[in-house]
Design a protein around this ligand. Structure first.
Ligand SMILES: C[S@@+](CC[C@H](N)C(=O)[O-])C[C@H]1O[C@@H](n2cnc3c(N)ncnc32)[C@H](O)[C@@H]1O
Length: 294
């Protein structure tokens, strides 16, 4: 996304996917009842269809059904891994980078005592604010911090919003890195490093390099063409992928210690969820890195 653009479509897609998964996949481990409440009525129609195990007859509905169900399978291990990492180290400041329609500030009771800072592109954030207007956050404080990572100073924006760099922070950066260039990722990591007191934790969901991911994006484009809808990925191309060792090197340079880095296929293997689209699961990864208390 770039300044002046419209709200993120991929944020809606992953929110729809969480709504498709809620109560259906890994019940007891995965739940996100907030997701459906963040959707507009036209977006909910596709979700309701995808929650039905019977595939629709019409080709365009069938393709969208497949896409949403496949994305739902990806969202389950990704969300669980991140939620677990937050619960394991819930600092009193939580910063969600590229928050999109993340519902954690409305659904995670563990964040009740935390100050949550939702950082996002201004267009996406305006859209989110309209969607949550009738919902109540569970968090002690919720700050909206509009930032375009490609143009604005995250450091200044967080300081202005009241983020305290002397207090440990839990950072969440989910499903965003691939939309940024390598330079933007490095620059953002630099700010996260500068603003992370000892005891901070950084959780990143990122994409490893892969040919099948390119195929997956082509499939999404084909679904959009056949269903005569906007391609959610059209305005948000992949700009960077990271190997686990490459990202670990960047994290180490900012004095973070990697405590876990797993692909989603490994993570879903620990759950009772039928596995389809193994390739897209194996490309997605979640890394957890801590700033040690010295
Ligand atoms: C796929 S969505 C993920 C949203 C959320 N983290 C989640 O997992 O549900 C991608 C998010 O990255 C944000 N994003 C992409 N490029 C950005 C940029 N240059 N500056 C700020 N945010 C950006 C979008 O606004 C969007 O909210």
């Amino acid at each position: 996304m770039r300044a002046g653009s419209t709200a993120s479509r991929t944020a809606v897609l992953v929110c729809q996917a969480r709504a498709v998964a809620d109560g259906r996949l890994a019940p007891g481990r995965f739940s996100d009842s907030t997701a459906a409440r963040l959707l507009r009525s036209d977006e909910e129609v596709a979700v309701e269809r995808a929650r039905d195990d019977e595939a629709p007859q019409r080709t365009r509905d069938r393709m969208q059904w497949e896409m949403l169900r496949a994305t739902a399978t990806v969202m389950v291990p990704r969300t669980i891994a991140i939620d677990d990492a937050i619960r394991e180290r819930t600092n009193c400041q939580v910063v969600i980078l590229g928050a999109g329609l993340d519902g954690r500030a409305w659904r995670m009771s563990e964040l009740a005592g935390a100050s949550v800072f939702e950082v996002d592109h201004p267009a996406s954030q305006d859209d989110k604010k309209a969607r949550v207007a009738t919902l109540s956050a569970v968090t002690a404080q919720l700050h909206y911090v509009p930032v375009d990572f490609s143009q604005d100073s995250l450091h200044v924006a967080l300081a202005d919003a009241g983020h305290d760099r002397t207090v440990p922070t839990t950072w969440i950066w989910e499903g965003v890195v691939s939309y940024l260039t390598r330079d933007e990722v490095i620059a953002t990591l630099g700010v996260v490093g500068r603003r992370s007191a000892p005891g901070s934790r950084l959780v990143i969901n990122y994409q490893a390099p892969s040919r099948s991911a390119a195929l997956g994006r082509w499939f999404m484009g084909a679904v959009a063409t056949v269903t005569r809808q906007d391609n959610p990925l059209a305005g948000e191309p992949t700009r960077s992928t990271w190997s686990a060792s490459g990202l670990a090197e960047a994290l180490t340079a900012h004095r973070f210690v990697v405590v876990a880095d797993d692909d989603l296929l490994t993570l879903i293997g620990r759950l009772d969820v039928p596995v389809t689209r193994r390739a897209s699961l194996s490309n997605g990864r979640v890394v957890v890195a801590d700033r040690p208390v010295t």
